[in-house]
Design a protein around this ligand. Structure first.
Ligand SMILES: Cc1cc2nc3c(=O)[nH]c(=O)nc-3n(C[C@H](O)[C@H](O)[C@H](O)COP(=O)(O)OP(=O)(O)OC[C@H]3O[C@@H](n4cnc5c(N)ncnc54)[C@H](O)[C@@H]3O)c2cc1C
Length: 349
């Protein structure tokens, strides 16, 4: 599996609860860690005896020193608390190679209008997109609507100000604050559906919109933006569905298998016995099989595979596009078999 030990080359505390880590990539791994803006890294650590993996979007642009991620501590969060308290420059972290398809590749010669609606740590992939798209497309514009509690909790505030100065006529930034009164009333409160409708009149026609942040934004804003005439809405969800962890079926190691899933991964094929209600990736972990996964909440697509025989059903899906679902792609962290035999191919990218 494409995890490699990477040394933390730089670390800075961006706000009271956010830490920004830049990794050093050895020359022989440079190609493996090349990324496009919008992608994420999966970090892995053993915390309190548990093997924990979490996805973190790349906030650096591909041509900057990096790769760099920004981690915001969530209340009671296992990995984010550990990362913000325990990590130091020089520490080595197990990091998976970049994954994900959130974003738009820059295109020379186009003149586009982009708009992003993000909250909290949802700024990270969008920061990489702003830097890359505005540098590569001199005629494109970017509108950023960024929700936070207060000025003090805005991640990358100084860098965003610098970008605004560099792209004076092409980058417009609106901070929407929920716990700090601003002079412009429409910028007070939450960046929810009503707020987006209220802010929309200040926008020219938008070619691509990006939505990134907690689940309510992901669930509500795409429809609002679609109704406002935005044809391409790209979403990245950072937060598990309510009760998603509780819904995972924990199966005793000796449970009788009800289904047999054949997995094809990195050229080899092996069988995984799956119990009733169990997700394919959980059964694989139980069987000691090393398959790719990260968030286990249907939000990233690290565990994506294609069903080539049999049927499965997914509990939730926040990352596969409709065409991928129609083509038979699944998130194996969400997929429960419906037929006694299923074949899933991780090698069909
Ligand atoms: C594709 C992808 C990219 C991501 N990129 C980033 C990033 O760039 N920066 C970043 O800080 N995070 C990012 N995340 C979220 C990150 O992966 C973790 O989920 C987050 O750091 C919480 O992990 P934890 O172990 O600290 O919390 P957990 O121990 O997993 O959860 C503890 C509690 O916090 C709640 N919770 C979990 N995540 C969030 C959240 N995002 N907001 C509010 N409450 C939450 C849970 O419901 C739970 O109640 C990304 C997630 C995905 C899927």
């Amino acid at each position: 599996m494409p995890f490699h030990p990477l040394r933390i080359a730089a670390l800075h505390r961006d706000t009271a609860d956010a830490v920004v880590l830049t990794f050093a990539v050895p020359d022989d791994l440079r190609d493996a860690y090349r990324f496009v803006p919008g992608q994420y890294l999966t970090l892995r650590a053993t915390i309190d005896g548990q093997d924990v993996r979490r996805a973190y979007s790349l906030c650096s642009a591909p041509d900057e020193p990096g790769p760099t991620v920004g981690i915001k501590r969530v209340e009671g969060g296992l990995f984010s608390t550990w990362a913000s308290q325990a990590l130091r420059v020089g520490d080595v972290v197990s990091v998976m190679t970049p994954e994900g398809r959130f974003g738009v590749p820059p295109e020379r010669g186009v003149s586009r209008c982009y708009a992003a609606f993000v909250a909290g740590s949802g700024i990270t992939p969008v920061l990489s997109l702003i830097k890359t798209l505005l540098a590569a497309e001199p005629d494109s514009r970017f509108f950023l609507f960024y929700g936070n509690r207060s000025t003090a909790s805005i991640m990358f505030r100084a860098e965003i100000e610098d970008l605004k100065d560099r792209y004076l006529s092409r980058l417009s930034v609106f901070h929407v604050l929920s716990r700090e009164e601003q002079d412009v009333a429409v910028l007070n409160g939450y960046l929810d559906a009503g707020k987006v409708r209220a802010l929309a009149p200040m926008l020219p026609p938008v070619d691509h919109a990006f939505v990134c942040g907690p689940r309510p934004m992901i669930e509500n804003l795409p429809a609002v933006l679609g109704a406002l005439g935005v044809s391409h809405v790209h979403v990245e969800c950072f937060e598990l569905a309510d009760g998603a962890a509780a819904r995972r079926v924990v199966v005793p190691a000796d449970a009788a298998p009800a289904f047999l899933v054949s997995a094809i991964h990195e050229g080899s094929r092996f069988d995984i016995p799956v119990a009733t209600g169990e997700a394919v990736i959980d059964a694989a972990i139980r069987a000691g099989r090393n398959l790719p996964f990260s968030c286990k909440g249907g939000m990233c697509c690290t565990c994506r595979a294609k069903v080539t025989e049999g049927e499965v059903e997914m509990a939730v899906n926040y990352s596969l596009e409709p065409w991928e679902v129609a083509a038979g792609y699944i998130l194996t962290c969400q997929a429960r078999p419906l037929t006694p035999r299923v074949v899933v191919d991780f090698d069909q990218v």
